[in-house]
Design a protein around this ligand. Structure first.
Ligand code: AMP
Length: 139
C-alpha cells in the first residue's frame, strides 16, 4: 500500500503541484497553516530522514533551497519555518518523508521551533558532555 504522497506523485490523487524533478516533488499542503504552506518530498518512499539515501538527501535539500525563496516571494512572507516531523512521536502522520515550508508573517501569532517540544530538561554539564560525546561518536 503506497503512501498518500506516492499516490500524489503517481497522479492518482490531485494536488497543487509547484515543482517536480527526477527525484523530488513539491505541492501545496491540503490543510495549510499559512497561505503557501508547501510540502517537499522525495518521489520514492522513505519513512524517516535517516532512511533517505545520501544522493536523494542532496536533491531534497536542493529543492528545499530552491523553493523557500519561491514560496516567500509568492505570498509576500516575512520569513518561513522549515521543518520535518521526523517520526510519529514528533507528530509525523504521513510515513513518507516531507519537509514543511510554512510562510511566516510578522505578528502571525505563531511561535518559534522552540515551542514544539515539551518541558525543557534541566541538564548538568556532565550530562551535556556525555550527550555530545555520544552524538559525536555516531556522526
Ligand atoms: P505530518 O504531520 O508532518 O505527517 O504532515 C502531513 C501533512 O500532509 C499535513 O500538513 C496534511 O495537511 C498534509 N496532507 C495530507 N494529505 C494531503 C494531500 N492529499 N494533499 C496535500 N497535503 C496533504
Amino acid at each position: 500500500m503506497s503512501t498518500i504522497f506516492s499516490q500524489i506523485v503517481a497522479g492518482d490523487i490531485p494536488a497543487r503541484v509547484v515543482y517536480e524533478d527526477e527525484t523530488t516533488y513539491a505541492f501545496l499542503d491540503a490543510n495549510p497553516l499559512a497561505p503557501g504552506h508547501t510540502l517537499v518530498i522525495p518521489k520514492d518512499e522513505y519513512e524517516r530522514l535517516d532512511d533517505v539515501p545520501d544522493d536523494v538527501a542532496t536533491d531534497l535539500y536542493a529543492t528545499i533551497h530552491r523553493l523557500v525563496p519561491a514560496v516567500e516571494e509568492s505570498v509576500d512572507a516575512d520569513a518561513t519555518t522549515v521543518a520535518f516531523n521526523n517520526g510519529e512521536a514528533a507528530g509525523q502522520e504521513v510515513p513518507h518523508v516531507h519537509c514543511h515550508i510554512v510562510p511566516r508573517f510578522e505578528g502571525d501569532g505563531g511561535g518559534p521551533i522552540h515551542a514544539v517540544a515539551g518541558d525543557r530538561p534541566d541538564l548538568e554539564d556532565d550530562e551535556l558532555d556525555d550527550i555530545a560525546a555520544e552524538i559525536e561518536s555516531r556522526a
